[in-house]
Design a protein around this ligand. Structure first.
Ligand SMILES: [Zn+2]
Length: 626
């Protein structure tokens, strides 16, 4: 069984969790969920980085201890990941005793081995970055990140003999072409390594900074925050010789943002080599999100926090957008309109519609049980599914989430086209063609079941709803994603409202009303006799024993009415509630399947598509249509 251990960066507790943190954590979560689905022995770590000048100063400004300050912000990260459904196995905090113990153990080991020495260091220091800058990196005497003047600091400090690992590191990166990806970060690091590598100052005098892990061999110093933080990836597994460390450490992979490539690609492998630990297998670097084309920043007031989207549209919709929109490793733009467009097109129309149509057809035409039939040969869906799975697997090995999703959506599109061309509702009406119906319904049921498996890393909540509706129990496994395994007789329930469409105020598409056969000219005066009104759907339910009819309760402002409409094959009841529709209000009441209908709902149709007429600006229920 392959072993897969993945870490996110540990997030610095100087800011609340935002879109950038959420993306890296969701990308890592998706990766681990995929490996778990494939049957790997997985471990998934996230956590918070809590030491250093920045936190000490922010805590002092807030009038609380650094520990209390870190406790509060660390808790917001833990809570955010819980609410987003992140499946981490552990959450490490660098202020925990278990972490401190391993940091001190590694420091002592390096001290005993002569890898650390006491020296004097003078340099240009940025208090924001908590690091010294070399002459080459300084821009106009300022920190290139903070654009603030640097301060010259000279002090006695302990140094890690990093320079002696330069040649080894260059060779290691060259011998392992997949170690750092995307390629340009690998090239950037190799370029940086053309200049002599300096030894790394790994201590800070306690006189200047108390908030850190004391050096085990000189308690007048605390550990430099990077030297402390990087060790979290191994300290979280327990003692260095523990069973868990031996099981997972040789398989560790790190996912990080592009701002922290250097410590991970240079300091960290040298530290590991010196401590006699394996170097990580992969370092994968994500891009940045811009917001409507601008850099995300507190000062611009455009910081996106996940709940803005997840509380309204659900965790899965937010995950989907981030994974689908960003080419892993490159920058991407987040905008409200792009979010809505993807939501409506991919989730509501393509996926939600397929699942709702297919399960509604099986419930209505096959009594809610998977028919006893083999899948249709020659439908092309088996092949489309197998192509999607193969491409998904290749893409996930490359962390190319957008490609994996595009491949799955090719299959969703093929399944939707299959419903349109086979027209199961029409087959059901022709007694001589009933024999064709069951294999078609089986093929659709199998398509939906398989989506419940392969979507689970990407859309865990929707995939669980699909599996439940398709009568599937237990944890999904990629091994079950084999075409034709669905058992006859498996109960199927309607799965509606997976991703209810976001109603656009402007972009409502008006479907043409189907003209009456042989339509003749109608005098305006005659047309005016028809009273058309805007009505709001307040409730909707299926009509018992009918495959086609929905019973709607609509409000015309001053009165409520029941209207029966033949749209059950096109809309799930939940999808209609809250919609403003157009009705004929002055028809004589009629009884349909025993339910009295007072009025008629207008809908356009073309081929097998049907769309209920809505109004494209908000109007009160009861408004006249003319
Ligand atoms: Zn700085």
């Amino acid at each position: 069984m392959p072993t897969f251990y993945l870490t996110t960066p540990i997030y610095y507790v100087n800011a609340r969790p935002h879109l950038g943190h959420a993306y890296t954590t969701i990308a890592a979560d998706t990766t681990v969920r995929y490996r778990r689905l494939a049957g790997d022995d997985t471990r998934f770590l996230t956590g918070t980085d809590e030491h250093g000048d920045n936190i000490a100063r922010a805590a002092a400004a807030a009038g609380v201890s650094p520990q209390a300050y870190a406790d509060e912000i660390s808790a917001t990260f833990r809570e955010m990941w819980r609410s987003l459904g992140i499946s981490n196995d552990d959450f490490i905090r660098t202020s925990e005793p278990r972490h401190k113990k391993i940091v001190q153990e590694i420091l002592q080991k390096l001290w005993d081995a002569g890898e650390i020495y006491l020296g004097t260091y003078g340099g240009h220091y940025c208090f924001g970055c908590e690091r010294f800058y070399t002459e080459k990196e300084i821009v106009d005497g300022k920190c290139p990140d903070h654009l603030r003047p640097l301060e010259w600091i000279e002090e006695q400090n302990y140094f890690f003999k990093m320079s002696k690992y330069q040649d080894w590191l260059i060779g290691y990166i060259r011998d392992h072409p997949d170690l750092i990806k995307p390629e340009r970060y690998r090239n950037e690091i190799l370029g940086f390594l053309r200049d002599p590598l300096q030894d790394l100052s790994i201590s800070r005098p306690r006189a200047r900074l108390e908030w850190g892990i004391p050096l085990p061999f000189d308690d007048k110093y605390v550990t430099y925050v990077w030297f402390d933080a990087l060790i979290n990836y191994v300290s979280a597994l327990g003692d260095l010789d523990s069973e868990r460390t031996r099981r997972y450490w040789p398989h560790v992979r790190h996912m990080i943002g592009k701002d922290i490539v250097k410590p991970h690609a240079i300091y960290w492998p040298c530290m590991l080599k010196a401590a006699g630990l394996d170097v990580f297998r992969e370092l994968r670097v994500t891009g940045y999100w811009t917001i409507e084309g601008q850099k995300m920043s507190k000062s611009l007031g455009n910081v996106v926090e996940p709940p803005t989207y997840t509380t309204k549209y659900g965790n899965d919709a937010f995950r989907y957008f981030l994974l689908r929109e960003m080419v892993f490793g490159l920058d991407a733009d987040f905008s409200d309109s792009a979010f809505r467009t993807r939501f409506n097109a991919d989730l509501a129309n393509d996926l939600g519609n397929l699942v709702s149509r297919a399960t509604t057809l099986i419930v209505n035409l096959a009594g809610g049980k998977v028919p006893d039939a083999a899948a249709v040969g020659g439908s092309g869906l088996k092949e489309a599914f197998e192509r999607a799975v193969a491409e998904m697997d290749r893409a996930m090995a490359d962390y190319a989430f957008h490609r994996a999703l595009a491949a799955i959506w090719e299959f969703v599109g093929a399944a939707n086209r299959y419903v349109d061309t086979t027209q199961p509702w029409a087959l059901a009406k022709q007694p001589e063609r009933r024999a064709e119906l069951e294999p078609v319904l089986y093929t659709l049921a199998e398509s939906v079941r398989l989506l419940g498996v392969i979507l689970s890393p990407f859309l865990p909540e929707a995939a669980a709803r699909i599996r439940e509706g398709m009568g599937q129990h237990g944890e999904p496994r990629l091994a079950d994603a084999t075409w034709g395994r669905l058992a006859a007789g498996t109960p199927v329930a309607k799965i509606g409202g997976l991703f209810p469409r976001i109603e656009e105020k402007k972009a409502a598409v008006t479907a043409p009303v189907t003209p009456a056969a042989g339509s003749a000219a109608v005098a305006i005066a005659d047309f005016r006799k028809t009273e058309l009104r805007v009505a709001e759907v307040v409730a909707a339910e299926a009509v018992a024993k009918s495959k086609k009819l929905l019973k709607l309760t609509v409000s015309l402002g001053d009165e409520q009415r029941t209207i029966v409409a033949g749209i059950a094959e096109h809309y799930a009841p939940a999808d209609l509630v809250g919609k403003k529709v157009v009705v004929v209000a002055n028809l004589e009441p009629a009884k349909l399947m025993g339910v009295e209908s007072k009025g008629m709902l207008l809908a356009g149709s073309a081929g097998t598509s049907l769309a209920v007429l809505t109004v494209d600006r908000d109007l009160p229920a009861g408004a006249k249509v003319s």
